[in-house]
Ligand binder design. Structure first.
Ligand code: PMP
Length: 318
């Protein structure tokens, strides 16, 4: 689906999937003026198709747009784009355990010029692809590499926006993680507080049941994290967003104060963190049950197997 702006959003057009053409001087190719979202559509047992808190993705796309000097797509148009694609391609939403249709909305500067300024000609697209289970054969704890040499985003930068540049900056540290036999990389801020993984937020569970997650304006505000923390609050857990120094993580694990650490995001939902590896240490992480319980609770809502008590589901095919 494609929508372009030039003095207003024009009628969206659904067309067969295929290459798009861009002028070689299109601003996005040179200055990275682009933003995106990631969202899943789920088929329920009765055949209906739903997505999860898409208003939040729509609002986050607007915040990203503001930071990247792109026009803000009104949230009702964002929701309309999801529904129009499903109206045409709804048959692609798979059914079955952990299956979904991954939806990728994105917006980029297509105006052709070589000076550095915000573009006036912009396109919004939505593409989709069926997605199978993230973990084959059950959820496995992941190993995390601590990036010391690289940062993902700085103060006042684009860390809170979902823009390609942040991911470009994470590719080399992610390769370093693989070289060190780790699955994912975790980034610190300039004060050595924990930020997030390349594509997931991090959550710490303490012995007294309280839950802490890094809060800063240089990380992406995950919708999965927000939802899991709400479910934890519903169970009576105290939840706090604040700075988490790396020393607090390492000492908390060593002393037994931290009883569980997990990562979360749309793709994997929840994954326990099994090890944290740095240049000169390997910390085994404690294993608990809360992460997997919350995962079960959240996916039950997403797949229509449990009551949607917070009104998070949004029907796409009606
Ligand atoms: N942080 C980053 C850098 C991400 O790319 C993602 C995935 N969108 C997340 C956190 C988790 O966000 P969400 O739960 O909204 O998918």
């Amino acid at each position: 689906i494609c929508w372009s702006v030039r003095g207003g959003w024009h009628r969206p057009r659904v067309s067969p999937y295929g290459p798009i053409s861009l002028d070689p001087a299109a601003a996005v190719l040179h200055y990275g003026q682009e933003i995106f979202e990631g969202i899943k559509a789920y088929r329920h047992a009765d055949g209906s198709v739903h997505t999860f808190r898409p208003d939040q993705n729509g609002r986050r796309l607007q915040r990203s747009a503001r930071r990247l000097a792109l026009p803000e797509l009104p949230v009702p148009y964002f929701l309309q784009s999801l529904r129009e694609l499903i109206a045409v391609d709804g048959a692609w939403v798979p059914s079955g355990e952990d299956q979904s249709l991954y939806l990728r909305p994105f917006m980029f500067a297509k105006e052709a010029f070589l000076g550095v300024r915000p573009a006036h000609k912009v396109a919004y697209y939505l593409i989709a692809s069926p997605a199978g289970a993230y973990f084959k054969g059950g959820v496995k704890p992941v190993s995390i590499w601590l990036s010391e040499d690289y940062s993902r985003a700085g103060k006042g930068g684009t860390g809170a926006a979902k823009t390609g540049g942040n991911y470009a900056a994470s590719l080399l540290p992610q390769s370093e993680a693989y070289e060190n036999e780790c699955d994912q990389v975790v980034f610190l801020d300039q004060d050595r507080n924990v930020e997030e993984l390349g594509g997931m937020n991090v959550v710490f569970v303490y012995k007294d049941g309280s839950i802490v997650t890094p809060q800063s304006d240089s990380i992406l505000e995950g919708i999965t994290r927000d939802s899991l923390l709400q479910l934890a609050r519903d169970r009576g857990h105290h939840v706090e967003g604040r700075n988490v120094p790396l020393t607090e993580w390492r000492e908390g694990v060593a002393s037994g104060d931290i009883v569980e650490v997990f990562a979360c995001g749309t793709a994997a939902v929840v994954t326990p963190i099994g090890t944290l590896k740095g240049r000169d240490f390997i910390d085994e992480q404690p294993s608990g049950t809360l992460a997997l319980e919350l995962r079960e609770e959240l996916t039950n809502i997403q797949y229509g197997r449990a009551e949607d008590k917070h009104g998070w589901l949004y029907r796409l095919d009606a």
